[in-house]
Design a protein around this ligand. Structure first.
Ligand code: ADP
Ligand code: F6P
Length: 325
């Protein structure tokens, strides 16, 4: 354990998520409240390699709690995956006199932080991704905003699908994880939801659901697909072949990554940012902030990264009950 933490850094990395700004603000304000100086690093680990930094004053983070995106910019940096890149980044931390670093992002970002800790840099991760796919945390900043954006779009689609008695196939984000798709599907009354975690039985999971909804009187159908479960265009084509419906396809894409963060994301970001500073101020390292049983806590990054997050079968049972199957 180290004492007397005087200066810390903060960066955002990987895919951005609404609420990252609120997390940056919380880190800066929590640090200042303890008399700790805070340095912002632009463009994730690339900025750490090139020394692209700014000094935060309290006012530098005014009026950002409500803004989507990240004022620090974000990046995916392949050079940082190499030992040479990590050495350069560690040298920058030492040159800046950083006693700790907060890295806001997804599991890739935490792997980066884990690597940096091996060079003697104290690190603490904060989960920020719309995918909610960080195994050690029940919640990741940005998920609620992305869900609400997608549900809002689907509600609009439903109006026109209803008028035309059509089938709609909506692709939401989630290359490797279906948490967003499942949550959005439940919230929008989808006929079927397809996720990468569950092998698709097209006849049972889609066609049969459409048929049974039709028999029970439905004339429009909403199919939600996580991008990692297959292309919405292909799925629409297969539905057409099996049912003679003529589905319309909507790919929501990066719209889900932007926008004003919801109250839930702002508060989660604020609590997590505050907690990360507490962790570093205690002289701890290689930690990740997480939500467990509803409370904000932290754990060892190695342990966190070794965990697996799955979608519980029960969640599909709820969905099936809602679609009358
Ligand atoms: P996310 O944090 O959203 O999962 P990425 O997987 O793109 O996003 O990771 C963000 C960045 O973290 C990468 O561009 C890279 O700089 C760094 N990173 C990812 N994986 C590793 C790794 N195994 N070792 C070191 N750095 C990594
Ligand atoms: O991890 C967040 C996420 O939005 C995924 O849902 C999606 O597959 C990916 O990032 C898209 O990344 P990019 O910004 O490279 O298009």
């Amino acid at each position: 354990m180290k004492n007397a933490v005087k200066r810390i850094g903060v960066l955002t990395s990987g895919g951005d998520a609404p609420g990252m700004n609120a997390a940056v603000r919380a880190v800066v304000r929590a640090a200042h409240s303890r008399g700790i100086e805070c340095i912002g690093i632009r463009r994730g680990y690339s900025g750490l390699i090139s020394g692209d930094v700014l000094r935060f004053e309290d006012t530098s983070v005014s009026h950002i709690i409500n803004r989507g995106g990240t004022i620090l910019y974000t990046a995916r940096c392949d050079e940082f995956k190499t030992e040479a890149g990590q050495q350069k980044a560690a040298d920058t931390c030492k040159l800046l006199g950083l006693d700790g670093l907060v890295a806001i992002g997804g599991d890739g970002t935490f792997r980066g932080a884990q690597a940096l800790s091996k060079y003697g840099i104290s690190v603490c991760g904060i989960p920020g991704t719309i995918d909610n796919d960080i195994p050690c945390s029940e919640y990741t900043i940005g998920f609620d905003t992305a869900c609400n954006t997608a549900v809002d779009a689907i509600d609009k689609l439903r109006d026109t699908m209803q008028s035309h008695e059509r089938c709609s196939v909506v692709e939401v984000m989630g290359r490797h994880a279906g948490h967003l798709a499942l949550y959005v599907g439940l919230a929008s009354g989808a006929t079927a939801v397809l996720v990468p975690e569950k092998k698709i039985d097209f006849e049972n999971d889609v066609v049969e659901k459409i048929r049974s909804a039709r028999i029970s009187g439905k004339t429009h159908f909403m199919i939600v697909v996580a991008e990692g479960a297959g292309s919405a265009v292909d799925i629409a084509q297969k539905i057409h072949e099996a049912t003679s419906l003529d589905p319309r396809v909507t790919v929501l894409g990066h719209i889900q990554r932007g926008g004003t963060p919801t109250a839930r994301d702002r508060v989660s970001a604020t609590r997590m940012g505050y907690h990360a500073v507490e962790v570093l101020a205690k002289g701890l390292t290689n930690r990740v902030v997480c939500k467990k049983n509803g409370a904000i806590t932290d754990m060892d990054i190695d342990e966190g990264l070794a965990m697996k997050k799955t979608i519980k079968q029960h969640e599909f049972a709820v969905l099936d009950a809602m679609t009358g199957l």
